[in-house]
Write a protein that binds this ligand. Structure first.
Ligand code: FMN
Length: 322
């Protein structure tokens, strides 16, 4: 029974977003809990030497695991970095007592398979205040703070993202790393597929990450993007593996809440991968550190990016399990 619950919940965990769709996680199911490990072999040495984005990705998977358990009527108890002797053991999620699944848990769980990064032009980027408030609450409930940028700040943020994207285009190490995660091999179950790339913005206003730099993109024609993009900055407190795991959970909760409200999202984290550009976002007066930049809006559904099979991310089960 527990075996089946865990398998279902792991399907939810691996649907989480991850930097370059690296899926840098491994799971060790035990009788009453799942241990979630970072897979360092999938860390991006060029853009993520400290493993910040890797850890945020793992945090997002942990959030999905918690939500999936709750939606199935089990209280998820969890500990982050539970064993100092094993720094790659990012979380232990325990199946707690039975509980009545809340409407919110079911709503978030329902959004897990429907959330996809959408890099296409949005039809509209005007989110109602009620939705923006809900997104803010989602971040806050996981210890984050979501700042919706007003138009002047938004334009400043887009300028910094553009600066980072421009720097990346001439960075040969970046291009090699990107090439590795965008090589269009048939049947590939990791990396960013051609179908998920953004068309270039005709107005050159929204500098989404160009995944087609190393391998030619499918979109020959520029897209007409929204005039008034909605851009949010997700802040967390602190800048440690623990803080990144918290930020990953806050991020995924925000993205699922957007999906549940029919909105789409794209991450634009390029400037946070340069220390000097990232410092421009920091809000030291409040002790807040920027962990993600998110574009939000309404548009056509975006196709899913592939995932590795569950069997490929499971660690061997110890004899005493089950
Ligand atoms: C920490 C982090 C940073 C990311 N940065 C970007 C980014 O800068 N640009 C982008 O288009 N997608 C970004 N993504 C989204 C991933 O590329 C995406 O989650 C992955 O390709 C899987 O696709 P999916 O989100 O549709 O499931 C990021 C994801 C994470 C977790």
């Amino acid at each position: 029974m527990r075996h089946a619950i865990i398998a279902e919940c792991l399907d939810a965990a691996i649907a989480a977003p991850s930097i370059h769709n690296t899926q840098p996680w491994r799971f060790l199911p035990r009788e009453h809990c799942v241990d979630v490990y970072a897979d360092r072999s999938r860390q991006l040495a060029v853009i993520d030497p400290d493993g910040r984005e890797l850890t945020i990705s793992v945090g997002a998977a942990v959030l999905n695991l918690r939500v999936a358990l709750l939606a199935r009527g089990y209280k998820p108890l969890y500990a982050l970095l539970p064993d100092p002797a094993q720094p790659d053991l990012m979380a232990r999620v325990t199946i707690g007592d039975r509980t009545q699944p809340t409407y919110l848990a079911r709503r978030l769980a329902g959004a897990i398979p429907r959330r996809h990064s959408n890099r296409r032009p949005f039809r509209s980027a005007e989110l109602p205040e009620t939705v923006l408030d809900e997104l803010g609450e989602a971040a806050a409930s996981e210890g984050g703070y979501l700042m919706i940028a007003d138009p002047p700040l938004r334009d400043g943020v887009l300028g910094v993202v553009r600066r980072a994207e421009t720097l990346r285009r001439t960075d040969p190490d970046y291009l090699v790393e990107l090439a590795g995660w965008t090589a269009p091999e048939p049947g590939r179950r990791e990396g960013v597929p051609l179908v998920a790339y953004a068309p270039p913005d005709r107005a050159e206003r929204i500098p989404l990450r160009d995944f087609g730099l190393a391998h030619p993109a499918r979109h020959a024609w520029p897209g007409v993007f929204e005039d008034e993009p909605t851009v949010a900055i997700l802040y967390g407190s602190g800048d440690s593996p623990y803080a990144w795991l918290r930020a990953g959970q806050a991020l995924e909760r925000v993205l699922l809440t957007a999906t549940a409200n029919g909105a789409q999202s794209t991450l634009m984290t390029q400037p946070l991968e340069y220390a000097d550009l990232r410092a421009l976002f920091d809000d030291s007066a409040q002790g807040r550190v920027a962990q993600a930049v998110i574009r939000l809006g309404y548009g056509h559904e975006s196709p899913p990016s592939p995932r590795r099979a569950l069997a490929d991310v499971l660690m061997s089960v110890p004899d005493e399990a089950y």
